[in-house]
Write a protein that binds this ligand. Structure first.
Ligand code: P5A
Length: 431
């Protein structure tokens, strides 16, 4: 993509209600525009990151055997009346009447709808277990939407639902998702900390919350230091669940089961939440299957959520400096910027265009900064939008036979021979 053709409306003046760094940087970098309180348009740069995050989430769900589908955002109130949550949800639920006066709502979650889909088609234990998910916008009319996309009213969630014959197999499904969650967050370069959690309006008695570490996070976490060095290739969910981790109001220094030197304290942001709630919805919505003996039993269910749009903000909270965003390579909107400092100079432009066409041919998401603007603006914009690897092409360097390669994450630069650049970049990008 050529910068001159891309729509990145970077801005200098940040609205006063942007309190936290990720909200400020998302506006400054032209990633989002508020449409009304807690509701945002995703501009091209923000949308690219959202899609990259979504894709990692999707791949790990598919690897864990979940089926992707898509349910609507607008639901009828009928199933919610049956489950008893139509009243319970209160003002957080956005209620709408259609032209015939039927009561509809903008889904805050999908336990009811998916249970109804399940009961329509599945009648035998032989078809279990099943795990279904979608990545869809939700609406919760939060009392105080704030912190940009971190606590929106409209937000993108990946939500799964597992169906099992009994508690024992439901626990296996739960652990499978637990593992997929840790893998997902590790792939994004984040440090996930899982904690036993309250079940709230979703219900049930087993639940874990997934927080990621960020200095600017809202919660204070106390946890076993082992949780900071997980190997994605050998994750054991039962072992992981046995490590100590607690939020500050649940942590008691005197009762803490681990040694002081093994305890870490950091700030965190909740990015995922999983629940096992047994037959809570299946009984009310009649999701029964026949077991081996022909007896009808209510299926055991779990639900599993990841805040896909919240992750965009959380990733920035965990990865930024005073110049802007520092995207981890796996989610970066562009892996590479080619910054032509002198578009008027024939030599600079020939070299920049040559690099651009070869990286595009390799399918590397590359931003070619071909704009006619000041050198300072070019460098600061590319740092602001956080491209991890930057090739900087200037007249003086070219006459010395080199270009600069900057690593935004390590904050380091090196001069490389013009002809070695493709090889060096390929190595850094692992292709
Ligand atoms: C689990 C999947 C649920 O809704 N039902 C389906 C269960 N859980 S949850 O904890 O309420 O939400 C799951 C994740 O969604 C994100 N999230 C939000 N993101 C942005 N703005 C919000 N207002 C918001 N509310 C929830 C969080 O990441 C949460 O962990």
């Amino acid at each position: 993509m050529k910068y001159s053709e891309f729509f990145i409306p970077t801005v200098k003046d940040i609205p006063s209600d942007a309190e936290i760094i990720s909200h400020k940087l998302m506006i400054k970098a032209g990633m989002i525009k508020q449409s009304s309180a807690g509701i945002y348009s995703w501009l091209p740069l923000g949308f690219k990151v959202l899609k990259n995050i979504e894709q990692i989430v999707r791949e790990e769900q598919n690897n864990a055997g979940a089926n992707e589908m898509l349910m609507p955002t607008i639901q009828s109130s009928d199933l919610w009346i049956k489950s008893g949550r139509y009243d319970d949800y209160g003002k957080e639920m956005l209620r709408i009447k259609d032209r015939s006066g039927r009561e509809m709502l903008y889904g805050p979650t999908n336990e009811e709808l998916i249970t109804d889909i399940f009961q329509t088609y599945i009648t035998s234990y032989k078809e279990l277990p099943k795990n279904l998910y979608h990545i869809q916008w939700k609406f919760r009319d939060e009392v105080r939407p704030r912190f940009g996309v971190m606590r929106g009213r409209e937000f993108l969630m990946k939500d799964n639902y597992s169906f099992d014959l009994n508690e024992e197999t439901a626990q296996i499904s739960y652990n499978k998702m637990f593992k997929a969650y840790i893998k997902t967050f590790l792939r994004m370069g984040l440090t996930p900390i899982s904690l036993r959690a309250e079940t709230g309006p979703i219900g049930g008695n087993l639940s874990h919350e997934f927080q990621i570490l960020a200095n600017t996070g809202e919660s204070t976490l106390y946890y076993d230091k082992e949780l900071e060095s997980l190997d994605p290739e050998s994750l054991d969910p039962e072992k992981l669940q046995s490590y100590y981790a607690a939020v500050d109001d649940e942590h008691d220094e005197d009762k803490c089961p681990i040694k002081k030197e093994d305890l870490k304290i950091s700030k965190g942001i909740e990015v995922g939440h999983i629940f096992y709630f047994g037959t809570k919805y299946s009984q009310k919505l009649k999701a029964y299957v026949q077991d081996k003996n022909g007896k009808k039993i209510a299926v055991h269910m779990g639900s599993y959520g990841i805040g896909v749009s919240r992750l965009v903000g959380a990733l920035i909270e965990a990865n930024h400096d005073d110049k802007g965003i520092k995207w981890p390579m796996s989610v970066a909107p562009f892996k590479l910027s080619i910054i032509n400092l002198m578009p008027d100079d024939q030599n600079c432009t020939t070299i920049a265009s040559d690099y651009y066409s070869s990286f595009m041919a390799e399918n590397i998401d590359t931003l070619y900064d071909d704009r006619e603007c000041s050198i300072g603006k070019k460098l600061s914009d590319n740092d602001l939008i956080g491209t991890p690897l930057q090739i900087i092409i200037g007249k003086r360097d070219i006459s010395a036979g080199v270009v600069e390669i900057k690593d935004r994450l390590l904050d380091s630069s090196e001069k490389i021979q013009i002809n070695d650049v493709k090889k060096v970049v390929s190595k850094k990008l692992n292709f």
